[in-house]
Design a protein around this ligand. Structure first.
Ligand code: PHE
Ligand code: NA
Length: 432
């Protein structure tokens, strides 16, 4: 069987950015920032994106491009079947993440529709609380999931590329515009304070709870540890600089998350909602308040949530694609049956998350962090100790002079320092 490769040189970047930029940036990041002390979380998160996320992303690319296989087959191909369980962790991560991701995707779909009437403008907090979990949430989760399944079923790689080229500029323009506008609102200053001015004593006192949350989010936002980036890089046909591509993806993705925070925190403060109060609804509550104030509020709402929906879909597709690629490659299932079968699983798991706030919270927060961290530890130990010199060689393929300087430091980081560090965050998150 011949494997397809990315049609255009930039197709891979577009798909990877499409996977990375999602509700992780726009919804999960502000939610966790609010729960973990604002600037304290932001600071650790930025450090960990650079120190752990980017080298980890490159480590995942190395396995994908070297093997040209799905996350389970990759290990088999490179080192034999005893290594297959390393890929199974990534599959579990995909199962955990899409189970709640689809629920949030459903919320967004619902807000896109609700924007046409402005149903939530008057009492945003009450509106969110009334619709977040329950049968309505189940219905919209099913719709979002059906859209994801349909796109993966049709295998529209062009569609992913197209949606990213619309979504990324769309997000930057919309959030950029909103960020400027919110800076003029009374009370916005408290939001900048919370988000940007680091309270060292908060960080010191809460270090062991903020650390695993920030590390988990650094992986989540870059789609690292779930085999998504491994799968996408397995279609890389030509020599590219994995380090340069990884850095570009991380910079774009992180900028979008930081920008989202510059909109959401000033808004929450100007509405008089304390960030901790917002919970998973912080995004929806703050934006509703803003849209109600703006001219053409319904149109703004539809366009805004429509763009966020694209971001959510392109990420959800990348998760489902991992499971489908695995079933098609390793179990000889047709693409159709593989897609429908995995869709059926998420129909059930997503419904549970859509009905139960505690199941949702567990999946979306701690459990996601744990599976991604575990997945990445496996990938990096494999790179460092099983591939060894070959991993360095793969890093070097297509690398320019600047990237080459990082080859040795990258290798020692992923082989030793990062696995130890990640194991430590795993212990603190399970213990805390
Ligand atoms: N990175 C995506 C986001 O920020 C979520 C994701 C995680 C996608 C893991 C794929 C794999 O929304
Ligand atoms: Na992201």
């Amino acid at each position: 069987m011949t494997r397809s490769t990315w049609r255009t040189r930039i197709g891979f970047i577009l798909a990877a950015v499409g996977s990375a930029v999602g509700i992780g940036n726009i919804w999960r990041f502000p939610w966790l920032t609010a729960e973990n002390g604002g600037a304290a979380f932001l600071t650790l998160y930025l450090v960990l994106v650079v120190g752990v996320g980017v080298p980890g992303l490159i480590g995942e690319f190395v396995i994908g491009r070297r093997s040209n296989r799905n996350p389970v087959g990759a290990f088999d191909e490179l080192a034999g079947r005893w290594y297959r369980p390393l890929g199974a962790i990534a599959l579990i991560a995909c199962l955990v993440i899409l189970s709640f991701y689809s629920v949030v995707g459903g919320w967004i779909l619902r807000y896109t529709f609700a924007s046409t009437t402005g149903a939530y403008f008057a009492a945003p907090q009450q509106y969110f609380a009334a619709i977040d979990y329950g049968l309505g949430a189940v219905g919209f989760h099913v719709l979002f999931l059906a859209a994801t399944v349909a796109i993966v079923y049709l295998g529209v790689e062009r569609g992913i590329e197209l949606s990213t080229t619309v979504m990324v500029p769309g997000i930057v323009v919309l959030f950029g515009g909103l960020a400027v506008w919110v800076s003029t609102l009374p009370g916005a200053g408290g939001g900048y304070d919370f988000y940007l001015s680091l309270d060292v004593s908060y960080l010191r006192e809460n270090f062991f709870s903020v650390l695993p949350a920030a590390a988990g989010q650094a992986l989540f936002t870059l789609s690292v540890g779930a085999g998504t980036m491994l799968t996408y890089s397995s279609y890389l046909g030509e020599d590219r600089s994995l380090a340069a591509d990884g850095t570009l993806i991380a910079v774009l993705n992180t900028a979008i998350g930081v920008l989202a925070g510059l909109v959401i925190f000033p808004l929450l403060f100007s509405l008089g909602v304390s960030p901790g109060q917002g919970g998973p609804g912080a995004l929806f509550v703050s934006l509703a308040g803003a849209f109600a104030e703006l001219p053409y509020s319904r149109l703004v709402g539809v366009v805004f949530f429509g763009v966020v929906l694209l971001a959510a879909l392109s990420s959800a597709i990348s998760i489902l694609e991992v499971l489908v690629a695995y079933l098609v490659d390793e179990h000889d299932l047709s693409r159709g049956w593989a897609t429908l079968g995995t869709g059926g699983i998420f129909l059930v798991t997503g419904t549970i998350a859509a009905l139960s706030p505690s199941a949702f919270g567990l999946l979306a927060d701690t459990l996601s962090n744990v599976v991604l961290t575990a997945g990445l530890i496996g990938f990096l130990l494999f790179d460092g100790w099983v591939l060894g010199r070959l991993a360095r060689e793969e890093f070097g393929r297509g690398a320019g002079p600047i990237a080459q300087i990082f080859e040795a430091p990258w290798y020692y980081a992923i082989a030793v320092v990062l696995p130890v560090f990640l194991a430590f965050t795993l212990v603190t998150s399970v213990a805390g």
